[in-house]
Design a protein around this ligand. Structure first.
Ligand SMILES: [Ca+2]
Length: 498
């Protein structure tokens, strides 16, 4: 720890100590809380034992939820790794982050991020495996997610920590991102017949086995979390550590990840914080935007929240004793959206720009470029990137099955079109009747009033939050250099095509 950080740490401890003394209490000062943030890669709601999933086994997540809080309505800012993680770190919607709104990009080093704000306040920071990104942040003097503990992980981090120093650790993982080991889920003993498939996926043994493989990797992530809990207990820090367990976007299946439906943006979330959570074991229906995490962490640590952060601290939810909808409508929607995932179009290097507003009853989506392909072009020979094939959908057995069997019957055709076909400029789903969000009622006169209301509210919020797609200049998102690769058609031959 450098001297400035040491000074700030002592100052922080002193402020908290003084606060306790001024209250007239004579008990030991309360140390600032530690933060352990465990983030899976492509883990969707409700795939955890705590949510009642009959197949997947997530004892560590379930323990956190049972001894803390379980959230039913947690939404990422964007269903894509880089922008989702940027929004978590910065406490801002990804559309405010310039190039950081796109996958495989970068982030302006002048942007405040919560781990470094905590580090400046005296926290020890650390990260393990996939945290920020993917992309290039070589222009950052310090890594935005904290110091590198890829060697030795959380165990080494805790061993190097000075007694009493508060810490902030990002426990990352690439699970359950594709590719999977085919058949690993069923081979581990899962019964594929018991899997509850999303409505957007065809019911076929290939799909069930593919989902079981995804479950298998979620369980591996859960083991990582269990190990971290054990380390915290061993160091006597479990009770003063805010443990947050979640995922960065929905599952890597067609019409899921990289889409604004619940299957793309709604994620599991459990939080434990010893006696800091006044009544543990509650299940909450309140909306959480992942832009809220940074301001929440900062407030709990007693660090000022920068004005530029658009997220709101949900400290009051932790302190409440209520379950269900604690805030009683104070926050009755979340916003999310998508800029470029993979440049998978035919005539430009852009993505499929869209924004959405989710209330408890409805999901309204505005697609800014409905002439483009929502999942990337199926005409891979015409793609801007050679042979980029339905580029916004990761390759895997379910994708291949749905493409190859799209004309098998009406249902397969319908599900194929919903996943890969073009979409109108406006989509509206009645989540009460259609929780799978498959029936677009935007053109139904019965929904005219609610559509106008949600459209107006969405545009107003985008204007307030400085979204270039509304205020001007949004096409710049299409021009950001793309630093990664995209899913290619199986016939792609790099030697021939490039
Ligand atoms: Ca991801």
């Amino acid at each position: 720890m450098n001297s400035l950080r040491q000074f700030n740490y002592l100052l922080l401890s002193g402020v908290l100590f003084s606060a306790v003394m001024l209250n007239g209490c004579h008990k030991e000062p309360v140390p600032p809380p530690n933060i352990l943030f465990a983030l899976a890669d492509d883990w969707g709601w409700p795939h955890a034992g705590a949510y009642g999933d009959p197949v997947i086994q997530t004892p560590a997540f379930d323990k956190i939820a049972g001894e803390g809080l379980l959230f039913n309505h947690a939404y990422v800012s964007s269903p894509s790794c880089t922008p989702s993680r940027n929004a978590i770190l910065t406490g801002q919607y990804h559309w405010r982050l310039g190039p950081g709104a796109d996958l495989w990009s970068t982030l302006d080093p002048a942007t405040p991020v919560y781990p470094l704000l905590l580090e400046d306040a005296g926290y020890m920071t650390g990260r393990y495996r996939k945290c920020w990104g993917p992309g290039d942040i070589s222009n950052w003097k310090r890594h935005p997610a904290g110091d590198d503990y890829n060697e030795g992980g959380f165990e080494r981090f805790m061993a190097e920590r000075k007694d009493g120093q508060p810490f902030c650790f990002w426990l990352g993982s690439s699970d359950p991102h594709r590719p999977y080991d085919p058949g690993s889920g069923i081979a581990s003993g899962m019964n594929p017949e018991k899997i509850r498939l999303y409505d957007c996926l065809p019911d076929h043994e290939i799909v069930r086995s593919d989902v079981a493989d995804y479950y298998y990797e979620v369980q591996r992530f859960d083991t990582l979390v269990a190990n971290a809990i054990e380390i915290l207990e061993r160091y006597g820090e479990l009770e003063n550590t805010i443990i947050v367990v979640s995922g960065d976007n929905g599952i890597p299946f067609p019409r899921c990840k990289s889409n604004n439906y619940d299957t793309g943006v709604r994620v599991p979330l459990a939080i434990r914080w010893g006696s800091g959570i006044k009544k543990p074991g509650r299940v909450l229906e309140d909306f959480i935007s992942f832009t809220d995490l940074a301001p929440t962490f900062l407030e709990l640590a007693g660090v000022d929240i920068p004005d530029v952060m658009t997220g709101k601290s949900f400290k009051d939810l932790l302190e409440s004793r209520e379950k269900g909808s604690v805030e009683n409508g104070k926050r009755n929607f979340v916003l999310h959206g998508k800029e470029r995932h993979v440049p998978g179009q035919e005539t430009n290097m852009g993505g499929y720009p869209s924004r959405a507003i989710r209330t408890h009853d409805y999901l309204y989506i505005r697609n800014f470029k409905p002439d483009r392909w929502p999942a990337g072009t199926p005409n891979y020979k015409d793609a801007m990137i050679p042979y980029c094939w339905l580029g916004d959908c990761d390759n895997g057995p379910t994708k291949t099955y749905m493409v190859e069997n799209r004309d098998k019957d009406d249902l397969h055709r319908k599900l194929y079109d919903l996943a890969f076909g073009k979409r109108p400029a406006e989509e509206l789903y009645d989540c009460r009747k259609d929780p799978g969000q498959l029936v677009n009622v935007a053109g139904d006169p019965a929904y005219r009033e609610i559509k106008a209301k949600l459209s107006g509210l969405l545009m107003e919020q985008l204007e307030i939050t400085g979204d270039p797609r509304v205020s001007g200049g949004g096409d710049a998102f299409d021009e950001v250099p793309y630093l990664g690769h995209g899913p290619r058609h199986p016939s792609f031959n790099p030697g021939k095509a490039e």
